[in-house]
Design a binder for this molecule. Structure first.
Ligand SMILES: [Ca+2]
Ligand SMILES: [Ca+2]
Ligand SMILES: [Ca+2]
Ligand SMILES: [Ca+2]
Length: 346
C-alpha cells in the first residue's frame, strides 16, 4: 500500500472556501490497458472554519403561493452561502410552521401534509322543517364546517352524497348554503334524510358526514275535489222534510284543516240544504212538482285552511221531482141536474 501526501502548490485563500475543499482522488497505473483505482473523496477542512459565520443567500425570503397549493409543492429553497458540509435545515416551531416542511439536507421548503379531516360546526341541526311552498332557490340553512389545515388541505367542499331522491335540494359546494332546487310537494314526499358530506382538498383527501332530516310541512296548495263532475237525483215530489236525498263527497290532499272539507249550497233555495260536514243533501221545505219540477243546485266544497287562502270547488247537483198523484179530485158542478163527475188532474 502506497501513501500519498497532498501539498499546496500555492497558499489557499481560505476566505473563499470557508468550509474547506472536497478533492476527488483516483490512482492509475502505466500499464496497457491502463487500470484505475476506486474513487476516493477527501475533504480538507478549513483551518479557519470555526470563525466563519453562517449566512443565508438572502437576508429575507418572500414567496407567494396559491392557497390551493397541494401538499408537496415547493414553496422556497433556502441556502447558506457558501454552503457548508453536513448542515441541517429546520423551521423553528410556530403555528404557521405546521403548514410547511423543510428538507433538512437541501433546504427545500414544501407545503405540508393534510393533517386534519374537516368537521361540522356545533350549529349543525339534526333536523330542519321546510314548508312545501318554499320557492325554488330559497335558502333553507347554511351549513358550517371547518378544517384547521391550510391551503388545499384546509379547503372544505360541501356535497349531498345521499338522500336527495327527488333532486329537490342543492348545496353550494363552496359556501355550504342548502337551498331548494326543485319544487317540494308534501303530498308526494314529506321526509328526506340527506347525507351531508364535507371534503377537504388535501392529499390524501379527508372527509366527514352527518345526516340531516328535512321535514316538509304542509301548505294549502290543494283544493277539495269532488268525486264526480256533477250529481243528479230523482225524488218524489212528496218526499218529506228532512229526508236525505244524496250525499256528495270531495277530497282534499292537504293536511289537517288545510285538507278538511266543509260543504254548502250556494244556490239560493229554501227547498234543499246540506249537512256541512257529511255532504248529505236533504229536503228542507215542501216540494211541489207543479210549481217547480227540477232544481240545479251549486254545491261548494271548501277547505278549512286557517292561514292564507281557503280553496274550494263547485259542482252542479240536479234534483228532478217525480210526479205523485197529489191533486185531490175536485167536483165541478154540472149544468144539468144529473150530477156528472169529472176528475181534474194536472
Ligand atoms: Ca384537512
Ligand atoms: Ca303539494
Ligand atoms: Ca286544501
Ligand atoms: Ca299541501
Amino acid at each position: 500500500m502506497n501513501e500519498y501526501k497532498i501539498k499546496e502548490r500555492k497558499p489557499i485563500d481560505w476566505d473563499s472556501f470557508p468550509y474547506g475543499y472536497n478533492l476527488t482522488l483516483q490512482a492509475k497505473d502505466k500499464g496497457s490497458p491502463q487500470k484505475f483505482s476506486a474513487v476516493k473523496l477527501v475533504h480538507i477542512a478549513s483551518p479557519k472554519k470555526e470563525s466563519i459565520p453562517m449566512k443565508f443567500e438572502k437576508e429575507a425570503y418572500d414567496f407567494l403561493i396559491s392557497e390551493f397549493s397541494p401538499p408537496g409543492v415547493v414553496v422556497a429553497a433556502v441556502k447558506l452561502m457558501p454552503e457548508p458540509q453536513g448542515v441541517e435545515y429546520r423551521i423553528s416551531p410556530s403555528e404557521e410552521a405546521e403548514y410547511f416542511k423543510i428538507n433538512p439536507n437541501t433546504g427545500l421548503i414544501t407545503t405540508a401534509l393534510n393533517r386534519q379531516a374537516p368537521h361540522f360546526d356545533k350549529s349543525f341541526p339534526t333536523d330542519v322543517k321546510v314548508s312545501e311552498d318554499l320557492p325554488v332557490g330559497a335558502t333553507i340553512l347554511r351549513i358550517k364546517a371547518y378544517d384547521a389545515d391550510s391551503g388545499f388541505n384546509g379547503r372544505v367542499l360541501y356535497t349531498i352524497s345521499d338522500g336527495n331522491v327527488d333532486s329537490c335540494f342543492n348545496i353550494d359546494m363552496e359556501t355550504g348554503v342548502l337551498n331548494v332546487l326543485m319544487p317540494l310537494d308534501r303530498e308526494k314526499a314529506e321526509l328526506y334524510v340527506l347525507n351531508i358530506t364535507i371534503y377537504d382538498l388535501g392529499n390524501p383527501q379527508k372527509s366527514a358526514w352527518r345526516l340531516l332530516t328535512v321535514t316538509v310541512e304542509d301548505a294549502n296548495d290543494n283544493k277539495p275535489v269532488f268525486l264526480q263532475d256533477s250529481y243528479s237525483v230523482n225524488i218524489l215530489e212528496s218526499t218529506s222534510l228532512g229526508t236525505e236525498i244524496i250525499q256528495v263527497e270531495a277530497r282534499d290532499k292537504d293536511l289537517g284543516p288545510n285538507g278538511e272539507v266543509t260543504y254548502s249550497v250556494l244556490t239560493d233555495t229554501q227547498q234543499f240544504a246540506i249537512n256541512s260536514s257529511t255532504g248529505m243533501v236533504y229536503v228542507a221545505d215542501q216540494l211541489d212538482r207543479e210549481s217547480k219540477a227540477n232544481y240545479t243546485l251549486k254545491i261548494e266544497a271548501r277547505d278549512k285552511a286557517e292561514s292564507g287562502h281557503q280553496q274550494f270547488s263547485v259542482v252542479p247537483l240536479k234534483v228532478f221531482l217525480d210526479d205523485v198523484n197529489d191533486c185531490s179530485p175536485a167536483f165541478i158542478p154540472s149544468r144539468n141536474k144529473e150530477h156528472e163527475t169529472r176528475i181534474i188532474s194536472s
